[in-house]
Design a protein around this ligand. Sequence first.
Ligand SMILES: *[C@@H]1O[C@H](CO)[C@@H](O)[C@H](O)[C@H]1NC(C)=O
Ligand SMILES: *[C@@H]1O[C@H](CO)[C@@H](O)[C@H](O)[C@H]1NC(C)=O
Ligand SMILES: *[C@@H]1O[C@H](CO)[C@@H](O)[C@H](O)[C@H]1NC(C)=O
Ligand SMILES: *[C@@H]1O[C@H](CO)[C@@H](O)[C@H](O)[C@H]1NC(C)=O
Ligand SMILES: *[C@@H]1O[C@H](CO)[C@@H](O)[C@H](O)[C@H]1NC(C)=O
Ligand SMILES: *[C@@H]1O[C@H](CO)[C@@H](O)[C@H](O)[C@H]1NC(C)=O
Length: 611
Amino acid sequence: MRDHAFSFSFPWLAVLFANLGLIATPTAADTPPGPFAMEWSTTNFGPDGPWHAVQVYIGTPQQPISLYPGGTLRSHFLTPQICSNKTLSPGSCYATVGGLYNSNSSSTAFINSKFSAFTDFSHGGLRVRGPAGIGALDDIRIGQGAVPNATIAIHNDVESIYPGGATQALQVGTLGLGYLGTGQLQSFTGTASALSGNVIPGYLKAMNITSSNSFGLHIGSVRPKIPSSLYFGGYDQNRICGNVSSQQGPFANIDGDVPSGFIDLLDISINVIDGSSPWNTSSINGILTSGNSSVGSSLSVVMLPEAPYLNLPKSTCDAIIAWLPVTYQPNIGLYTWNIDDPQYLKIVSSASALSFAFRKDQLNSQNITINVPFSLLNLTLEAPLSKNPIPYFPCNAQSYGKYSLGRAFLQAAFIGANWNANNNQGTWWLAQAPGPNIPSQSSAKTILDQDSAISASDNDWAASWKGAWTALANTPTQGPVDLSSGILATEAVDEEDNGISTPVKGGIGAGVGICALVGVGAAFFFIKRRRRSAAAAATIAAKLEVESLPPPVPSKNNDKQLAEIYGNPLYEVQGCYYNERFRPAESHDRPQTPICELAEGRAKQPVYELR
Ligand SMILES: *[C@@H]1O[C@H](CO)[C@@H](O)[C@H](O)[C@H]1NC(C)=O
Ligand SMILES: *[C@@H]1O[C@H](CO)[C@@H](O)[C@H](O)[C@H]1NC(C)=O
Ligand SMILES: *[C@@H]1O[C@H](CO)[C@@H](O)[C@H](O)[C@H]1NC(C)=O
Ligand SMILES: *[C@@H]1O[C@H](CO)[C@@H](O)[C@H](O)[C@H]1NC(C)=O
Ligand SMILES: *[C@@H]1O[C@H](CO)[C@@H](O)[C@H](O)[C@H]1NC(C)=O
Ligand SMILES: *[C@@H]1O[C@H](CO)[C@@H](O)[C@H](O)[C@H]1NC(C)=O
């Protein structure tokens, strides 16, 4: 067996993966050891999630820390220094939520400041700045086991930069998912003595705790609730629906080395899985290359569980959002959902998905589609990115040419790898993961040392979303209907009811007001009453025919903020305000969003604010 030797671009550091076959103690046992389950934190994390994270306990005595599973080799930890740095943490220190690692208070910590790590442990998924991470070793307890001298990197001052120039301290570190070779990392620092540490899945294999240097991961989702799953040496078969695509080569490369783990993204489309379409067409294809001939026939992307967004060309984000009620926020380079637009609730609760077609098995004759239901793309920006929580759509148009699919995508996808398969060159897998309706018992399967194939469950993907999404009812049979004008199909229009109708079925609209002009043929609109108390939660919507509306009158409301946002003059109809462009009686094309709810004389609009 060969050793794998790599060189970093640092002249003073070379890394060698020693073959640990010698220290493994293969037994003659008939049953190979089964998969090793990781423990997940009961807390979830932002500020662009919510996201699940795994729970580990590092050092002696043990310090509990939550980490996003992702990246190779080392696990990356944030230190308490990130909180004492007033530039990085001016007010609150958000990084405390996941736990900070203080190597000074661990008797088993071994620091080698010369053995530095890359700063950017998001691997280009965010724009990260700061000094290099410090190489270290410490004992980590994971799940029902422990890894002594695990190879880690610690970060004191690391921050992500947003397009508007704002910076934000990173909040959660990462748990390395392994690498080629069999688990031990040795570094040579010139003539200094070697430091050797363990890489988690390789160590588990070397100790015969698992059967292979491999992992199977589905990060799941916080809202809607899809529990997370991470195994070393195996995978939960229930997390795989339909075909599996296998790629040869490492799932990802080590920090700073030539990137690998690419897969060709062939197209992005919008599809309706069940019920009628929230759009004026049943599906939308050709989104990936839309409006940009230089994308070519495919785009090479990597999977980045260590990073949050869908990092795509701006042209692709633009082509997606042309179909969504979202607003670009240039300061953060992301899109916030227009929660008052009737299309918002309709889309994020409907049985429709953003679908990603990839080249399957590296063949030019096959493809595999991963559907990401829109409810998974109704994520939340929280402090410090936004003063108040706001729903956002995670397409990141500021990808700087580094295209990747982060946690937003991986909520809906299974990924796994066997680092030792394919003659120690690695094999990795991508498959559709299920929605919230998953069997409560996992079906953990073992991956053997040289296995290059894993198998899917018989679970039906669409069935896994039943009950979690609302298939839009068929359009009322009253002639051609332009769905883009925004009828909420959860409340089929009752022709005889010309006064009051109950909007939005239970749960879906909780906490979100609807106040918008919608239309079916001869346009109706619903006015949501102000929310006053819990008792008033049973919202009442008035349904009026546009023709019967009084002509708009210039508003007497002198609210400056309203005028700044919506323009001057404002028009008032039935207590709601419209701007010049969207005067209700003259609206023909898009659903309009009047402002009906005024709190303390101000429009209840989300306030976007970067610190
Ligand atoms: C961990 O590494 C240190 C430094 O190389 C070494 O002294 C110690 O014996 C190692 N501990 C274990 C349990 O291997
Ligand atoms: C605080 O963090 C910033 C940004 O990483 C860094 O430039 C600065 O040197 C740090 N200050 C201290 C006192 O560590
Ligand atoms: C078009 O695609 C190319 C190649 O992927 C990319 O470099 C460029 O930024 C894209 N243009 C826009 C406007 O997104
Ligand atoms: C369908 O909706 C899209 C996106 O809102 C819009 O650009 C397009 O003009 C509409 N097409 C028709 C035929 O109404
Ligand atoms: C995927 O494969 C199917 C069946 O061969 C084909 O109809 C479809 O066009 C392919 N999709 C893409 C995006 O290449
Ligand atoms: C969308 O996200 C917001 C939080 O940002 C949440 O309150 C709301 O319930 C979500 N809506 C749906 C339909 O998932």
